[in-house]
Design a protein around this ligand. Structure first.
Ligand code: UDP
Ligand code: MG
Length: 310
C-alpha cells in the first residue's frame, strides 16, 4: 500500500473546508492500493476554520490531521509546515477552494507510480473570471523572471502538484525564510510533467490576493531567484560615466571654438541632478532589498509557529 499525504493550506476557509473534504475523498477512494492522510494547515484564520478542522479531525481521527499557526504566516509558510508534517510516499499540495480539480489526482498518482516522473504539476491555460489587468501583470511577471533568473518558472503553473518523497525531502532541505514555492519547486530539479487545465473559480469565500499583494509577491520572487537587479547599478553607473565624458569633451570644444558663449541651462542642470540623484537612490534601494533579505535570514527565525497540532 502506498500512502498519499494531502497538504492543504487554509486561511479563512470555513465555507470551503466542508465542500473540499468530500470532493477529494470521492476521488481518492476510487484509487486502488492507496491510503491517504490529510494535513490541513490553519494559517492564523480569523473565522471558524480551526473549528471546522477540529470537527473534521474528530470525525476521522486517523485520517485528518491539522497544524494550526499562532498567527497568519502566509501560504508559503503553511505549505512548508504541511510538507514537514506529511509522512506519505507521495505528497500532493492543494488549495482548499477547489480551484485545483481533485479529478486530476488519479492521473497524477498513475504518472508518479509509473516511475517516469518525480513530480506532476498543473498549469492553467486560461484565466477566465480574472481581471484583465491582473492577467496581463502575471504574464509580464513570468516573462521578466524567466529573463532574469536561471531558474525556469513555468507560466501559469499552480502550486497544485504531486511529488515523490524524494522530491519533498529536497524541497524541505531548502530552509530559506522567504519562500517562493514556484521557484523552489523548479530549483530542486527532478522530472516534472505538467497537466493543463482551464481556470476554475473558487467554490466559496474570496481570494486574499489583491493585485498589490500579487505585485509584491512577484517582486519577492525576483529578488529570491535572481541577482540581476543588483547589476543595474553597474549598468546605470557605466552609462552615466560615458555620457559625462562625452559632455566634458563637448563643453571643452565649444569653449575653444566660441570663447564668448554665455552661461545657460539652469533648468537642464536641475533635471540632471534630480535624474542622477534618483538613479542613485533606486540603486541603493535595490541593494537594500537584498541586504534586508540577508538580515532576516541571519536572524534564523522559524518559518512558522505552531499553536495546536493533531
Ligand atoms: N492561503 C493561506 N495563507 C494566506 C493566504 C492564502 O494559507 O495567507 C491559502 C488559501 O486558504 C488557499 C490557498 O492558500 O487554500 C490559495 O489562496 P487563494 O485561493 O486565495 O489564492 P488563488 O487561488 O487566488 O491564487
Ligand atoms: Mg484559490
Amino acid at each position: 500500500m502506498d500512502k498519499l499525504s494531502i497538504v492543504v493550506p487554509c486561511y479563512n476557509e470555513e465555507e470551503s473546508i466542508p465542500l473540499f473534504f468530500p470532493a477529494v475523498e470521492k476521488v481518492v477512494n476510487t484509487i486502488e492500493g492507496l491510503t491517504t492522510e490529510y494535513w490541513f494547515v490553519n494559517d492564523g484564520s480569523a473565522d471558524h476554520t480551526l473549528e471546522e478542522l477540529r470537527h473534521l479531525h474528530t470525525e476521522n481521527p486517523e485520517k485528518v490531521h491539522y497544524v494550526s499557526f499562532s498567527r497568519n504566516f502566509g501560504k508559503e509558510a503553511a505549505l512548508y509546515a504541511g510538507l514537514q508534517a506529511a509522512t506519505g510516499d507521495y505528497v500532493v499540495v492543494m488549495d482548499v477552494d477547489l480551484q485545483d480539480p481533485p479529478s486530476f489526482l488519479t492521473q497524477m498518482y498513475e504518472l508518479l507510480k509509473s516511475g517516469e516522473y518525480d513530480c506532476v504539476g498543473t498549469r492553467r491555460v486560461d484565466r477566465t473570471g480574472e481581471a484583465k489587468f491582473k492577467s496581463f501583470l502575471s504574464s509580464q511577471f513570468y516573462h521578466v523572471i524567466n529573463k532574469l533568473s536561471q531558474t525556469n518558472i513555468v507560466p501559469g503553473a499552480r502550486d497544485y502538484r504531486m511529488m515523490t518523497r524524494q522530491m519533498v525531502n529536497a524541497v524541505l532541505s531548502l530552509k530559506e525564510y522567504d519562500r517562493f514555492s514556484k521557484g523552489i519547486f523548479s530549483w530542486v530539479g527532478f522530472k516534472t510533467k505538467y497537466l493543463d487545465y482551464h481556470n476554475v473559480e473558487r467554490v466559496a469565500g474570496e481570494t486574499d490576493w489583491s493585485t498589490w499583494k500579487l505585485f509584491k509577491y512577484a517582486m519577492n520572487g525576483i529578488a529570491d531567484f535572481s541577482q540581476a537587479p543588483l547589476s543595474l547599478a553597474v549598468w546605470l553607473g557605466s552609462g552615466s560615466f560615458v555620457l559625462s565624458i562625452l559632455g566634458i569633451i563637448f563643453v571643452i570644444i565649444r569653449r575653444l571654438l566660441e570663447p564668448s558663449s554665455s552661461v545657460f541651462g539652469w533648468a537642464s542642470l536641475v533635471c540632471l541632478i534630480l535624474l542622477i540623484g534618483g538613479l542613485q537612490l533606486l540603486c541603493i534601494g535595490i541593494v537594500g532589498k537584498y541586504i534586508g533579505r540577508i538580515y532576516i535570514q541571519t536572524k534564523r527565525r522559524p518559518i512558522y509557529i505552531i499553536k495546536e497540532k493533531q
